[in-house]
Every structure is written in C-alpha cells, then in structure tokens.
Design a protein around this ligand. Structure first.
Ligand code: SF4
Ligand code: SF4
Length: 218
C-alpha cells in the first residue's frame, strides 16, 4: 500500500511540476479566444461530458487553474483518478464511454467550467446550416453562428503553440489528444503516453477508435 501511495505521489508531483515549469506562455491568447465564443446554456444532462480531447496549451491552462483553486488534498485524488480511466468507463446510451473526470454527476457541476476546453465550448453552437450538435443548447445572447472556417482558424492558433506527436508513420503531427494522454505524457514521458494512447485509450473509446481508423488509412 505504501509503495502505491509513493508512486501516486511521484506521478502527482511530476504533473504539477510540468505545468508550473510551463509558465504562462500562450494562456492569455487562449483566454481571449475562449472569450470571443458565443455564450450558451443547456439542459445540463451531462451525456456529452465524456473524455475530452484537448491541446497541450489547454491542458496546462486547466492544471494551472486547478492548482490555484483546489487544496492538494482534493487535487491529488482527482488527478490520480483521472489517470485510472479504466475505472471511469460507464454506459452512455448504447456505448461505453470514458466519463470526463471533471463532471460531478451527482451535483451536475463541471469542476473546470471557467477553463473548460475549446471542444466543450463549441459543442452545440449554432452552425451555418441552422443545426446544432445538441438541440438542447441555447444562446445566452442573440444567436450567432460560427463557421467551420472560424473554428478552424481559432484552433490553428492554439495548435501553433501546442505540442505535437506522430501517432502513426503517416501522421504529420497530432496535437489534439485526450486529457488523460497529457497526464501520462507529463508523468511518464511521451513514449509511454503514446503507447498507452494506442493500446488502451483508443480501444476503450468508440469515438477515438473511429478517429484512429481514419488516421490508419492516411
Ligand atoms: S450540451 Fe446537450 S448533451 Fe451536453 S450536457 Fe448540455 S443538454 Fe446534455
Ligand atoms: S470539461 Fe466540463 S463541460 Fe467539458 S466534458 Fe468535462 S465536465 Fe463536461
């Protein structure tokens, strides 16, 4: 038991040190990009709150924010639980999904709401064809569409200051990985994180498996 605790403490320490060492580079840019997105509300059913894919910049934003808001006694078990995504599989509709570690299903709260990533912010926004990914999303202000081009240009800005890795020989460089991948990357190193991503994370998630199948063909 003591060695398990020690290992957990080492992982935790490495995770915090990596984000402290990262500093604040790019975080103002990220906040400004988030700020300019349309504000929405929804029914808060939580069905879409499954493992999120994010850029390294967003990852550091989240970790640095959590460090300022949560005491170690709360942050440590949270991040260690995030590493055990095998314990977070749950049925969502007809699929087993890795639930987002930041979603508290009892209180229906997103623990990182002020710094939640781009992927969560754009989900359900009004598209140019008048549809939404979720029909229960409503605009807080006057409805405003966001074109695919606008989303891409904002994501490109985040991509440019984020880490990339090659997930297969034909891949020019991927920057968008599940939150759990980044935890492993900063606690165990990039090689081990990529191994876990390919061998465990992708097979445990249907959307990731679909993405992987597309990447393999490229
Ligand atoms: S966006 Fe839709 S699916 Fe997601 S929590 Fe809100 S109502 Fe539920
Ligand atoms: S970060 Fe928040 S909004 Fe995004 S999936 Fe997790 S709980 Fe839901």
């Amino acid at each position: 038991m003591a060695s398990v605790d020690k290992r957990g403490s080492t992982f935790f320490q490495r995770i915090l040190e990596a984000s402290l060492g990262y500093g604040t580079f790019g975080l103002d840019l990220l906040d400004a990009l988030h700020e300019r997105l349309p504000k929405t509300s929804c029914n808060n059913c939580g069905k879409c709150c499954n493992s999120i894919s994010i850029f390294s910049l967003e990852y550091h934003r989240i970790i640095r924010d959590l460090m300022t808001r949560l005491p170690v006694a709360r942050l440590k078990p949270l991040l260690l639980r995030a590493l055990r995504f095998d314990q977070r599989l749950a049925a969502v509709g007809k699929e087993d999904r890795i639930r987002c570690v930041f979603r508290d299903d009892e209180t229906k709260v997103c623990l990182i709401h002020p710094t939640r990533p781009f992927a969560c912010r754009i989900f359900g926004l009004l598209k140019e064809d008048g549809t939404r990914e979720c029909p229960n999303v409503r605009d807080v202000n006057a409805p405003r569409t966001l074109s695919a081009g606008e989303i891409e240009s904002r994501q490109t800005k985040i991509f440019e200051v984020s880490e990339t890795f090659q997930v297969n020989p034909a891949d020019p460089g991927t920057a968008f990985f599940p939150f759990e991948f980044w935890l492993y990357r900063f606690s165990l190193g990039s090689e081990k994180a990529l191994e876990i991503y390919r061998e465990i994370l992708v097979p445990s998630s249907t959307p990731l498996t679909n993405l992987w199948a597309v990447n393999q063909k490229m």
